[in-house]
Design a protein around this ligand. Structure first.
Ligand code: RIB
Length: 317
């Protein structure tokens, strides 16, 4: 275990991704030919932790979660350690297999994902709160691939410790008011934002973003960031709203782009960036990740993101 001072704690899932490429995503009941099968490290929690590890630019990220007592779990822990993450609070559960995800990615980058949570369902509220007390840190990253009671207990406890709580409400599900009131920063993508706002649909026009962000903010979070894919991000806090455009790239695989965004955002904030600078940093990181295959395999390091931001600044001057 690393002895570095912890800044960002991630509580969440670790999955091994079984990935195939297809020309077009299959319809219900359809069989389609795939190619390029690979197993790659993933899980929304672990992906965000990996992004923190690569983008913080120093040790200071920790992962809290559960894997099975099997080869897949071992590989997932190794992958986080290679990214510089403290994995001392990743428990090995003999009674459950490591979580897995079946992912198909179509040409152009869109995907379909089915997750079997396995050991991720073993992460209980007591474990999460004990980890937070032991690790400390300034920022907590949460998602929804572990039991909701654990997410709620972690958010409440982090609040009481004075940490900033960032919740990625993915995969989408209804959320209790008590949880949203403990969240400082909520970061849904388009379909998650629409589900949480009880509006239905899957796409948000930029002109609709202010009303949707305001509706979500009214439920508790001080800051809301709508992740709008190729439309960029829309940020609303107590001072108003602002649109941040995306960078133009050719997408290969959108898997974990949202996770990369969240990890980069937390790394930036923990590094002392203001919200606007951290959002620009997160957009740059995610724009690199969509040009590469896989979840953790696609996440850039600090040097790559800094060079992209510097190059864009030079182009403007
Ligand atoms: O957000 C992408 C992730 O969702 C994948 O890595 C997969 O494991 C699922 O958790």
């Amino acid at each position: 275990m690393s002895t570095a001072q912890i800044s960002v704690v991630v509580i969440g899932s670790l999955n091994m991704d079984f990935v195939m490429e297809v020309a077009q995503l299959p319809l219900r009941g359809e069989t389609v030919p795939g190619r390029g099968f690979v197993t790659l490290s993933g899980g929304k929690g672990a992906n965000q932790a990996c992004a923190v590890g690569r983008l913080l630019g120093r040790p200071g990220g920790a992962m809290v979660g559960c894997v099975g007592e099997d080869l897949l779990g071992h590989r997932l822990v190794e992958s986080l350690q290679a990214a510089g993450i403290d994995t001392g609070w990743v428990r090995v559960m003999p009674e459950a297999p490591t979580g897995v995800a079946m992912i198909v990615v179509e040409t152009g980058g869109q995907n379909q994902i089915v997750v079997s949570p396995g050991a991720n369902d073993c992460l209980g509220p007591e474990e999460a709160t004990a980890a937070l007390t032991a690790l400390g840190g300034s920022h907590l990253l949460l998602q929804l691939e572990t039991p909701l009671a654990t997410v709620e207990a972690a958010a409440r406890h982090a609040r009481s410790l004075g940490m900033t709580v960032i919740l990625d409400p993915a995969p989408a599900r209804p959320l209790p008011a008590a949880l949203l009131q403990c969240v400082d920063l909520l970061t849904p993508n388009e379909s998650e934002a629409l589900a949480l706002a009880e509006l239905g649909g899957s796409r948000i026009e930029l002109s609709e973003a202010p009303a949707i962000a305001a509706r979500l903010r009214a439920r508790g979070p001080e800051q809301v960031i709508l992740k709008l894919g190729e439309q960029g991000a829309y940020v609303m806090d107590g001072t108003g709203g602002r649109h941040f455009p995306a960078r133009r790239v050719t997408a290969t695989d959108a898997t974990a782009a949202g996770d990369c965004f969240n990890g980069a955002l937390a790394a930036g904030l923990a590094d002392g960036m203001g919200l606007a600078q951290a959002v620009e940093f997160a957009i740059a990181a995610a724009s690199i990740s969509v040009t590469r295959r896989g979840a953790q395999a696609s996440i850039p390091d600090r040097r790559e993101v800094d060079s992209l931001i510097d190059a864009a600044r030079e182009e403007r001057t």
